[in-house]
Design a protein around this ligand. Structure first.
Ligand code: AMP
Ligand code: MG
Length: 308
């Protein structure tokens, strides 16, 4: 498979699904932009290369290259740039291309690509509740818009606007009831999206904020799609104070030198914030009810495959 010509592969693909996916993608991007713009958000341009990017909580291939003598990386998420943007603005978002050369084990999950887009947003001085409410409203609004669009006959027949607030499940409760595989078990059983909240510190990156009243537990959340489509969103409140960021980097066994620029900025003052990222291609997959994320993407960077 891996050595099929990328051109052969491109010409063999299902044109109808790509067309439906691309149109739904256009509708929801426009609608989500409108949703956020009308609530006072500013769209910032995506950052593609930088000396600093998201460390992620799972290993990916992370190539670096020389940029005028400095070591640069491709963006895995805009988390740190979002936090820094809030020095200038109160509410920001970006349609941010992310490169994550994911492990080969993720090849057949149906929801991983090596290149994807996050609608990544961050709000100054607000907490988790604020951004969860915003996410719920934005998802329902996008669903309403695609159902009213010319693409309505290409959609997953199960989707509808969901009653709010969406259900919340605490990570520890889900884990003790269903075991390690709880996310896919609960996602398959569900017919409405639901939140997993209060994720343990060791399961997430250092930048999600630890609860003040519950050590080792984060003020963060994942949104999970129903019908087995899995994770839609990750987000939370953020660490922004120098000492706390440093201690979390060290707890993770990461090197403070790798985050020297973030640490320097936090000494000068990064504002408190909360935010999240929603994977656009995964949302399109859910809305169209497609088996695989790559079916609805024009140039999918499939894990492990030689593609355009
Ligand atoms: P994360 O912060 O790593 O959870 O990423 C934020 C969101 O981006 C996830 O909730 C997914 O919707 C999406 N996402 C993450 N990794 C991938 C991937 N490899 N392919 C497609 N979408 C992804
Ligand atoms: Mg996640």
């Amino acid at each position: 498979m891996a050595d099929t010509s990328p051109i052969d592969y491109f010409f063999q693909r299902n044109r109808e699904m790509i067309a439906a996916g691309t149109r739904v993608n256009t509708v929801i991007r426009g609608r989500m932009k409108r949703y956020l713009d009308s609530r006072g958000f500013l769209e910032i341009n995506p950052v593609i290369i930088s000396p600093i990017s998201d460390p992620l909580n799972h290993p990916v291939d992370d190539p670096t290259f020389s940029y005028y003598g400095h070591q640069y990386r491709l963006t895995k998420s805009m988390i740190f740039h979002k936090q820094l943007a809030l020095i200038h603005f109160d509410k920001i978002y970006s349609f941010s291309p992310n490169i994550r050369i994911e492990p080969l084990e993720r090849k057949n999950t149906g929801r991983h690509l090596a290149e994807f887009t996050q609608l990544d947003l961050e709000v100054k001085g607000k907490g988790r509740e604020f951004v969860m409410d915003l996410a719920e409203g934005m998802i329902n609004d996008s669903i309403a818009s695609v159902r009213a669009s010319a693409e309505h006959d290409k959609l997953n027949p199960h989707i509808r606007e969901y009653s709010r607030p969406f259900r919340r499940v605490k990570y520890v409760d889900a884990l003790s009831k269903h075991g390690k595989n709880f996310e896919s078990i609960l996602s398959s059983e569900a017919n409405e999206p639901f939140w997993v909240i209060d994720i343990p510190l060791e399961e997430r990156e250092f930048y999600d904020r630890e609860k003040d009243d519950e050590k080792g537990v984060l003020m963060d959340m994942d949104l999970i799609y129903p019908y087995g489509y899995g994770e839609a969103i990750s987000g939370g409140e953020r660490e922004y104070e120098y000492e706390r960021i440093l201690s979390r980097i060290e707890k993770k066994g990461q090197r403070r030198e790798d985050f020297a620029l973030l640490l320097e900025a936090s000494k000068r003052g990064i504002p408190p914030s909360a935010g999240f990222g929603i994977g656009i291609e995964r949302f399109v997959r859910f809305l169209t009810g497609s088996e695989s994320i790559s079916d609805v993407v024009l140039f999918p960077k499939e894990i492990g495959r030689f593609v355009l």
